[in-house]
Design a protein around this ligand. Structure first.
Ligand code: GLU
Length: 268
């Protein structure tokens, strides 16, 4: 009898041990009571610190808050950079990434992505009247961007003769532009718009050229957890259907959502 109880206890602990190991992100987040989102803290419009309240605000921050609300938990924020965000999700230090991140097949090898929740492309930010109109004008010129971003790779492909200098975050690249250390800053147009708008003299700067990349933003979610990914995608659909998406887009971007663009909607 004693032996039977021991065997039974072993079997049960094994079964429950496996169940615990397999507990998905949804259960994990609900048990913790918080959804930890990896976000930017210096990307105006998307993830940045409000000068008055000192709180993190922006489009990505609001997307994270919405999903946390759907899960019935509190949002918590951890600051990530373009370089460390995927490792932070892989290590489990964050549950989700809402960090201006483009969904690329190469990134898909390590993590999974939600449906596209924001669409952009890469451009250049230059001093007004600089004469730089496109990537053609950047041969043998210094261009600032950010480590670990798609922007870094795209500019090298678009203009191999440019000298690319990569910083940790976009404000540093913009500072380099102001100090004359680079002739242009390059990344997604929305981020460039945020840099320009956040400057004391926005009229000193202009965003130039045609889009030279496609940057569909996805929320980063842990690899192979389809229940969580489904939940996130459904939340994004609900966000669109209840009008929150359109309202947040207007709030942060300052203009109405471009006609013809809509999030990928799945029938309920
Ligand atoms: N969306 C691009 C990327 O994921 C550039 C912006 C960023 O660095 O987050 O790399």
């Amino acid at each position: 009898m004693k032996r039977l109880i021991i065997v039974l206890a072993l079997v049960l602990s094994f079964v429950f041990g496996i169940a615990a190991a397999n507990a998905g992100k949804i259960e994990d987040v609900k048990a913790k009571g918080v959804l930890v989102c990896g976000v930017k803290d210096s990307v105006n419009l998307f993830g940045f610190v409000d000068a008055d309240t000192k709180e993190l605000v922006g489009f990505d921050i609001d997307v994270c808050k919405y999903i946390a609300g759907k899960l019935g938990v509190k949002p918590e924020f951890k600051v990530v950079t373009s370089k460390n965000r995927i490792p932070m999700l892989v290590q489990g230090s964050v549950d989700l990434l809402a960090a201006t991140m483009t969904h690329k097949f190469s990134r898909d090898e390590q993590i999974d992505f939600s449906i596209t929740y924001f669409m952009d492309g890469q451009k250049l930010l230059v001093e007004k009247g600089s004469g730089i109109m496109s990537t053609d004008d950047l041969a043998n010129k210094k261009v600032g961007t950010v480590k670990g971003s798609t922007s870094e790779k795209n500019i090298i492909a678009a203009q191999p003769a440019a000298q690319v200098i990569s910083y940790d975050e976009y404000p540093q690249a913009f500072m380099a532009l102001k100090q004359g250390k680079v002739k242009a800053v390059t990344t997604d147009s929305g981020i460039l718009a945020g840099l320009k708008a956040g400057d004391d003299n926005p009229d000193n700067w202009e965003i130039v050229g045609a889009f030279f990349s496609s940057e569909p933003y996805g929320l980063g979610v842990p690899q192979d957890d389809s229940a969580f990914r489904d939940f996130v995608n459904k939340s994004l659909n609900e966000m669109w259907l209840d009008g929150t998406y359109q309202q947040l887009f207007k709030k942060w971007m300052g203009y109405d959502l471009p006609a013809g663009w809509q999030i990928e909607l799945w029938p309920m």
